[in-house]
Design a protein around this ligand. Structure first.
Ligand code: ADP
Length: 281
């Protein structure tokens, strides 16, 4: 932000970075009151981004906050399945689309809830996908929401860029695997957020180890992690290391992730609780 900025874009003549974000951010639906928007990002697919999104939403809901998930991973949506909700659960009203609620009350919107056959691939070009995500923000009548988690499309391409620009993201959490951390893709995601003035709240490593149920030894299946080094290089926090846990995969497959019994993300939830109250979006 420029030093001369007076924080009032309507009266300020300085063309600083805060003005750019403000002008591109879409206004939320009139019926919505979303206080915090947290993006869950990854450098590539399959690292557990959707699982982390679901687990964080479950944890914050358990702690008494009104929680929602906006599934922006349009071509690989897996959130509805993890919560056991499906096509036909979205209703409409004059206010907009009404997102279905999970068994514990988390509001969810995903393309998979709107298409008639989940097995059909979404063969859409980037601008259409990005437009759909924007509509999930503008045309969905979210209620009072304390924490909205956005399951972002993986990578740093056109769609995540548009999502970052159009949604008022308070901060992002980057999910990666030990394997992926040796490459540059995580750094690219971190650098993209920094270019867009979006705070990186921290890093989460998934598939960190497998704890043998017989001997309790922790096995590093995907090799030694260098998450601490990466975090240090970017002055970031390591929020969690999640083990490979077949029970978690099973809960997702059965649509009952809300029954999870895992404390790996407690520190991340603590951090979210401490986020300053944001202005109305
Ligand atoms: P992404 O959103 O990054 O593409 P997902 O969250 O959909 O990845 O995870 C891919 C698959 O791996 C899912 O079936 C998920 O249940 C499983 N999975 C993710 N993390 C774990 C874990 N820590 N232990 C066991 N299974 C996991």
């Amino acid at each position: 932000m420029a030093e001369e900025c007076n924080h009032q874009c309507s009266t300020c003549s300085v063309n600083c970075s805060s003005r750019e974000r403000e002008s591109l951010t879409e206004k939320q639906n009139d019926a919505s009151d979303v206080k915090h928007v947290i993006g869950i990002v990854s450098g590539k697919g399959g690292v557990g981004k959707s699982l982390v999104t679901s687990m964080l939403a479950v944890l914050m809901q358990r702690r008494g906050y009104r929680t929602a998930i906006l599934d922006a991973d349009i071509t690989g949506p897996s959130i509805p399945k993890s919560f056991g909700i499906g096509t036909g659960s979205v209703n409409g009203s004059e206010l907009g689309m009404i997102p279905p609620r999970t068994k514990t009350g988390i509001e969810v919107m995903s393309l998979n809830l709107l298409i008639d056959d989940e097995a059909k691939p979404v063969v859409w070009r980037g601008p259409i996908i990005a437009g759909t995500v924007k509509q999930f923000w503008t045309d969905v009548a979210w209620n009072d929401v304390d924490y909205m988690f956005v399951d972002m499309p993986p990578g740093t391409g056109d769609v995540p860029l548009t999502v970052f620009q159009s949604l008022p993201v308070d901060g992002i959490i980057v999910v990666s695997s030990p394997q992926e951390l040796v490459s540059l893709i995580v750094e690219k995601a971190v650098n993209m957020a920094s270019l867009m003035n979006i705070p990186v709240l921290g890093l989460i490593e998934n598939y960190s180890y497998f704890k043998c149920p017989n001997c309790n030894t922790e096995h590093k299946i995907f090799g030694e992690s260098n998450i601490e080094k990466l975090a240090e290089a970017h002055h970031l926090k390591v929020l969690a290391k999640i083990p490979i846990d077949p029970a978690l995969a099973k809960l997702c497959d059965k649509g009952i992730i809300e029954l999870m019994d895992c404390n790996a993300l407690d520190a991340a939830a603590d951090l979210l609780e401490k986020l300053p109250a944001s202005e109305k979006k």
